[in-house]
Design a protein. Structure first.
Length: 264
């Protein structure tokens, strides 16, 4: 776990140095600040910072909660790559037991966009989830690699459909903890709304846990609203309810709320 912490600290230092360098650069024109970017287009690499809280009601009672702070920044001049760091504080409340709160598993994600045209594009993501949880129940107890491939389709009326395949596999960690080996197929859809300050996304998905031979469907709906200029970018709030189905699900429903500044 120590090497993972050293890598995380080094990555954060690089991010801080890059941000300090960027702050001395001339202020970009409004069209270069990501105006009109509300974060729903997977092919747009914008600088953003977000704080969000997620509550999940577990099947059979109990719940989990997570407060996540994330920061994303574009890489290179082509704006086709980005790096994101996520730092979570988790809470676990098993049925009939007390709650435990502490640092969860931090993560670094690299995203690259390729083959982009006016009609479609591809997004590839690689994420390393570190075994940084202070208590066993607050994380997976494993270092996990996650790979994502997204095919993004743009429609003439502004709608977006972006099916994706996400596979997660544990590569290190305690041998006394179950391995992580899951695949999720996601059907991300963004309808076009007449109110440009409001956005909606739909996320039906099917998740397969190969380690425990289980699978379940889910549906998440995000509704967000742009608040206006903030910190050189655009501030927004969003709410994301979700439901889980099937007899092999581990949770019944979830609710996530968040605040985000994008395009600064």
């Amino acid at each position: 776990m120590a090497p993972a912490r050293h890598l995380l600290i080094a990555s954060l230092a690089v991010l801080c140095a890059t941000q300090a360098s960027a702050s001395t650069a001339p202020t970009p024109a409004p069209e270069e600040q990501g105006s009109g970017d509300n974060g729903t287009d997977p092919t747009k690499m914008s600088r953003s910072i977000a704080l969000q809280h997620e509550h999940i009601a577990l099947r059979g009672g109990g719940s989990t909660g997570s407060m996540k702070l994330s920061y994303a920044m574009p890489l290179g001049e082509g704006k086709n790559q980005s790096l994101r760091v996520r730092l979570p504080v988790n809470r676990v409340s098993p049925p009939g037991q007390g709650s435990h709160t502490g640092v969860g598993d931090a993560a670094i994600q690299l995203t690259r966009v390729f083959g982009l045209t006016s009609r479609h594009g591809y997004v590839a993501q690689g994420e390393w989830v570190f075994d940084t949880a202070r208590r066993a129940e607050l994380g997976s107890g494993r270092s996990v690699l996650k790979g994502t491939l997204v095919y993004v389709m743009f429609f003439e009326d502004g709608r977006i459909f972006a099916p994706a395949v996400v596979h997660s596999r544990s590569v290190a960690g305690g041998g006394d903890r179950p391995g992580v080996n899951t695949t999720a197929i996601d059907f991300y859809y963004v309808p076009k709304l007449q109110d440009n300050r409001t956005f909606v996304t739909l996320d039906p998905a099917l998740s397969v846990d190969w380690e425990h031979r289980k699978h379940h469907p889910s549906l998440a709906v995000t509704v967000g609203r742009a608040l206006g200029p903030a910190l050189g970018g655009s501030a927004q709030v969003f709410v994301k309810p979700s439901v889980f189905g099937g007899g092999e699900r581990s949770a019944n429903w979830g609710l996530e709320v968040g605040f985000k500044v994008i395009g600064f």
